[in-house]
Write a protein that binds this ligand. Sequence first.
Ligand SMILES: NC(=O)C1=CN([C@@H]2O[C@H](COP(=O)(O)OP(=O)(O)OC[C@H]3O[C@@H](n4cnc5c(N)ncnc54)[C@H](OP(=O)(O)O)[C@@H]3O)[C@@H](O)[C@H]2O)[C@@H](O)CC1
Ligand SMILES: Nc1ncnc2c1ncn2[C@@H]1O[C@H](COP(=O)(O)OP(=O)(O)O)[C@@H](O)[C@H]1O
Ligand SMILES: [Mg+2]
Length: 282
Amino acid sequence: MTEITEDILKKVIKKRASDSYKGKYGRVLLIGGSENYGGAIIMSTEGAVNAGAGLVATATHPLNMSALHARLPEAMFIDWHDSKLADLIKKVDVVVCGPGLGMSDLARQILVILRRCTSENQTVILDASALDLIGKDKTLLPANAGHLILTPHQMEWQRLSKIRIPFQTDSANIDALNQLIPDSNAMLVLKSNHTHVYDGTDQFFVNPIGNPGMATGGMGDTLAGIIAGFVAQFGPSVDTVLAAVYIHSLAGDLINKDNYVVRPTKISKVLPKLMKKYSELD
Ligand SMILES: NC(=O)C1=CN([C@@H]2O[C@H](COP(=O)(O)OP(=O)(O)OC[C@H]3O[C@@H](n4cnc5c(N)ncnc54)[C@H](OP(=O)(O)O)[C@@H]3O)[C@@H](O)[C@H]2O)[C@@H](O)CC1
Ligand SMILES: Nc1ncnc2c1ncn2[C@@H]1O[C@H](COP(=O)(O)OP(=O)(O)O)[C@@H](O)[C@H]1O
Ligand SMILES: [Mg+2]
């Protein structure tokens, strides 16, 4: 077991080269947000944009378009019913699928398209309803993606792995991850008050920071977006994921110093400043 420390931020967050452009910082597509859960995919998108992804698009229910654009004109919108979704999936570096996706037939169909259209140069981050749908039908797992990052909370992990929460020990979690995704570059970010990160080997990582002010709906949606933004810029390594998990909680602790409740949208708001600080430290 290794505790994640602040050093991971200095290691992962790089100064930007002067001669770079948005294409160098990765293309992210976020898929989710049914009629009732639009906020979830908007918060994920906010995480990805503020974490520095070069280009961000959001595929969601059309009802969410105005709200998305009102908050985030940086993000492109695509109606998740649009047949062009398949082509868009093929063109991006990172896909986040699941926040507010829901359990409808359309949601299932989107996972079928995602599975068909992803390939080895891409990273897919699966969260929330996407994990629940895969728990019901393992053939929906987008197994062709080069890197898979699962970000369940403990109940989502119970549904997917069939390991009940009290029995979610580190060795059981590692075994279940390897059984679910054998011979693959998969990571499991098992969220809790002290999130554990597994990469399929015997090593695993624990996030020692964060606070109960962060127990607010949308906090995990935001984390999925931040992981996407980090992977888009810094590559799909374990260190990148650890840095994203750590900065999410570090931001939460900063906000919690003088706020009882930590709003997920405030986490996204403080990210650019925090990233600037760590990019300038050796
Ligand atoms: N603004 C929006 O649009 C938002 C939309 N959202 C979207 O809603 C959808 C459903 O996602 P969800 O996470 O809210 O519900 P679900 O997966 O049923 O889990 C809850 C059940 O699990 C249990 N539980 C046990 N341990 C737990 C743990 N550590 N962490 C959490 N729960 C734990 C818990 O126990 P209880 O609270 O009853 O004690 C309860 O029985 C999904 O698409 C998501 O993206 C949300 O992101 C919020 C903001
Ligand atoms: N008591 C707590 N202490 C620290 N972090 C917490 C606490 N409760 C929740 N979190 C964090 O908030 C997030 C919750 O994720 P999730 O349940 O998926 O939220 P949502 O689906 O509402 O966005 C995780 O990153 C988790 O680590
Ligand atoms: Mg969640």
